[in-house]
Structures are given as structure tokens and as C-alpha cells.
Design a protein around this ligand. Structure first.
Ligand SMILES: [Zn+2]
Length: 189
């Protein structure tokens, strides 16, 4: 009779052990499932985020400012001009604008401002040479590849200039920029 109690006792302990084990396994499985669900949710969230970013990509607005910047290799000067925004560029993304122009690069891009940049071999249009031509001072402009063309005549005559100026002007004086050109000419007058 006492032995029976012992058997029953052992049996109960065994049953409790097995039930505990099963509960433990189920719990682990549940936790794993839950972790999987969380990572799925994260994945979906990230995907949605990517889609949102694509939808909100910035585009050129119809009243955006438009500028063209030229960089001249030989003199390292920049020339900048504002222009009217070409209609074809309205509503394009940065990538689309880049694809649209082969020889221009997009330097600034926002819905309100678009600046394109291009590198040009040669000199910019702001280089001048002041030189004596017979008895009169003349101004020449350097072209893109360094060639000279007559830019303008002046009323400055050799006879009224000091010898030092005449020597310099016979050799030629190079000047950069319209502003500088005017001030140098004024000094001779
Ligand atoms: Zn230049």
C-alpha cells in the first residue's frame, strides 16, 4: 500500500515535469513568433517609408528661379546669368533635369531654385587688352581661345600721355573686367 503512494507520488512529479516542459516549449515558440511579427512590421514600415520618400521627392516648381553658371578653364572665372525657367523643366526631379541636359550639370536643386553649371575650355569674355594703335589708344577683347578682336576706340592720344604710359601702352596692358577697364582708361584721360 505504501509503495502505491510512492508510485503515485513519482507519477505526479513526472506529470508536473512534462506539463512544465510543454508550457516552456510553447512559450518559447510564442516568443519566437512574436519576434517574427515585430520584424515583419518593421519591414513593412520601412517599405512604406521608402514609398513615401519617393512620392515626396522635390520637383521644380513653375516659379523657380533659374541660373546658368559657366566655368572657364583657362582663367578660372565664373560667369553667372539668370534666365527664364524653360517650361520643359517644370515638375521634373533632380535626376530628370540631369537626364534632360547632356552638357550641363545640376549645381543647385530645390523646388524654388535651379542652377546649372558647365565647364568651358578657354577664357571668359572679360579679358581686355589696352594698346596703342599708331597714335591712339584702342581696346581689344580676348576671345574664348585667346584671339584678339577690336572692342572699342578711345579719345586718348599718344601725344598727351607721359612717356612711361606710352611705353606701357605700346607693350599693351591686360585688364580683367569691365569695371577695371573703365577705371584704367579714366586714369589716362
Ligand atoms: Zn576670365
Amino acid at each position: 500500500m505504501r509503495k502505491d503512494y510512492v508510485y503515485i507520488g513519482v507519477l505526479i512529479v513526472c506529470i508536473i515535469g512534462v506539463v512544465w516542459g510543454i508550457v516552456g516549449l510553447l512559450d518559447t515558440a510564442y516568443q519566437k513568433q512574436e519576434a517574427k511579427t515585430i520584424s515583419n512590421v518593421q519591414e513593412i514600415y520601412e517599405k512604406e517609408n521608402t514609398v513615401t520618400t519617393a512620392v515626396e521627392e522635390e520637383k521644380v516648381s513653375p516659379n523657380a528661379s533659374f541660373g546658368l553658371k559657366k566655368y572657364y578653364d583657362d582663367c578660372s572665372h565664373f560667369e553667372y546669368e539668370e534666365a527664364e525657367l524653360p517650361k520643359e523643366l517644370v515638375n521634373l526631379t533632380k535626376q530628370e533635369v540631369e537626364d534632360y541636359y547632356d552638357d550641363w550639370e545640376v549645381e543647385k536643386f530645390s523646388s524654388k531654385e535651379l542652377v546649372l553649371c558647365k565647364e568651358i575650355n578657354g577664357f571668359c569674355n572679360e579679358h581686355f587688352l589696352i594698346k596703342l594703335d599708331d597714335d591712339r589708344v584702342k581696346v581689344y577683347r580676348f576671345g574664348n581661345s585667346g584671339e584678339l578682336t577690336e572692342y572699342k576706340n578711345t579719345d586718348i592720344f599718344k601725344d598727351y600721355l607721359p612717356e612711361e604710359d606710352v611705353e606701357n601702352l605700346e607693350e599693351g596692358i591686360t585688364v580683367y573686367g569691365e569695371g577695371k577697364l573703365s577705371s584704367v582708361l579714366e586714369d589716362f584721360e
